[in-house]
Ligand binder design. Structure first.
Ligand SMILES: Cc1cc2nc3c(=O)[nH]c(=O)nc-3n(C[C@H](O)[C@H](O)[C@H](O)COP(=O)(O)O)c2cc1C
Length: 167
């Protein structure tokens, strides 16, 4: 029997992950969304991928502007993560009103105090159903000096973090 969307969602709740804000610019408009479906892809040349819902505003700007930035969040960014997931009750146009955002070399917005920001130009977009796989060539990386915060994660419908196991 085919797996239903609900079964898929229930299963994916167990696949915990780091929380990011994926942003884009088309030269005029900024857009961004909270995303866990972000993966390292290639070291040489440096590439990553993000899976983005094709129905959303961010996908429109990613495909039009061919830019993509991945801002890896710390626990202090939980409220921001909720806003960029559409969970704060605020309109989409208000997403960038808090936080120290500035365009990177590609024009996509970078969050100054992210754990790390990857500034990418879109190499290719693969249609994969409800979501698209967006492959980005990494043009610049902004790494915070030291781990300034614990990583923000999401598992089983809850915000969480990672802690190191005893040696
Ligand atoms: C923890 C968490 C992780 C998410 N991961 C993704 C993701 O990887 N890709 C995606 O397209 N949407 C993801 N979403 C949903 C989007 O953040 C949400 O639908 C957002 O409002 C879409 O904005 P848009 O209309 O600008 O595309 C996630 C939401 C949460 C709460």
């Amino acid at each position: 029997m085919a797996v239903t969307a609900e079964e898929f969602r229930q299963g994916m709740r167990r696949l915990g992950g780091a929380v990011n804000i994926v942003t884009a610019s088309d030269g005029t408009v900024w857009a961004g969304l909270t995303a866990t479906a972000v993966t390292s892809l290639s070291a040489e040349p440096p590439k990553l991928l993000a899976c983005i819902n094709r129905q959303g505003v961010t996908y429109d700007i990613v495909s039009r502007g061919r830019t993509l930035a991945v801002n890896v969040l710390g626990c202090k960014h939980q409220a921001l993560a909720m806003r960029f997931a559409g969970l704060s009750g605020e309109p989409e146009t208000e997403r960038f009103k808090d936080g120290d955002w500035a365009p990177g070399v590609t024009g996509a917005p970078l969050l100054a105090d992210a754990l790390v920001g990857f500034d990418c130009r879109v190499e290719s977009i693969l249609d994969a159903g409800s979501h698209a796989i967006v492959i980005g060539n990494i043009e610049a990386i902004h790494v915070a000096p030291g781990m300034t915060d614990d990583p923000l994660c999401y598992i089983d419908g809850k915000w969480a973090t990672l802690t190191a196991l005893p040696e």
